[in-house]
Design a protein around this ligand. Structure first.
Ligand code: MGP
Length: 219
């Protein structure tokens, strides 16, 4: 028996002298996340409709591979949020926010994990490609546990705050929700979050870097 590396240089696999020309099927174990996460969508509410009706669970995942499998099928904010002309419908629904939360925590203030918590939020007219980048970087930073070194974060949201009438300005909100109302913890997480968000944001001529500025508030 010999061992070979997988194409991505990852885990070694055992190969037991296959005859030449044989297609060898190998099961490479998936890479578990520290904990399972759930992605939610929030549809645009009709007037007087209850907030909790706006929330729908989209998927849950507990490995890196599952995350990317779902992520590549979920619309990017730029594909559906207000772009200065309209919001785009997804299967008859207009989505105005996505939330990514640890499994077991609903993306609402009323959940016991959020009730006495707080949030960092950044409300900005970001170019849509930067919005997509921030959303993906934030998701990866949370599920990869690079932003939080404890269990302070409950989840995050990306919200379309545009007025959704032709000609109106685009406006988006990025939020990080925390378990506690503690400004010192929030400041620490904010530093790491800002670093994480702009990862991969190139400088092109005539375009300055977007510095996300976060405000802290208790729920
Ligand atoms: P928001 O999207 O958090 O925006 O909530 P913000 O910054 O509070 O206000 P705005 O000026 O941008 O509109 C918008 C509205 O959605 C709130 O005023 C609530 O009516 C409702 N809402 C939002 N959240 C996150 C919750 C929640 O967790 N629970 C309930 N019950 N209502 C919520």
């Amino acid at each position: 028996m010999s061992t070979e590396q997988t194409a991505d240089g990852g885990d070694e696999i055992a190969v037991e002298n296959p005859p030449p020309g044989t297609v060898v099927q190998v099961e490479v174990p998936e890479h578990p996340l520290c904990q399972p996460w759930v992605l939610w969508e929030h549809k645009q509410l009709e007037k007087a409709e209850d907030w909790s009706n706006s929330i729908r669970k989209v998927c849950e995942f507990s490995t890196v591979e599952e995350f990317w499998k779902y992520w590549s099928f979920i619309p990017k904010p730029s594909e559906i949020f207000f772009d200065g002309q309209s919001r785009k419908e997804v299967e008859g629904r207009t989505i105005e926010a996505f939330s990514l939360f640890k499994k077991g925590i609903r993306p609402e203030w009323e959940d016991p994990a959020n009730k006495s918590g707080s949030e960092l939020s950044c409300r900005k007219m970001l170019p849509v490609d930067i919005l997509d980048l921030y959303w993906e970087n934030m998701a990866c930073g949370l599920i990869g546990e690079t932003v939080d070194d404890g269990d302070e974060i409950c989840g995050c949201r990306v919200v379309d705050k545009g007025k959704a009438r032709p000609g109106a300005k685009t406006l988006f909100k990025i939020e990080l929700w925390m378990r506690h109302d503690n400004i010192q913890i929030a400041e620490r997480l904010k530093g790491r979050l800002c670093e994480c968000l702009s990862d991969g944001e190139g400088h092109s001529k005539g375009r300055s870097r977007h510095i996300p500025d976060f405000e802290y508030k208790k729920h």
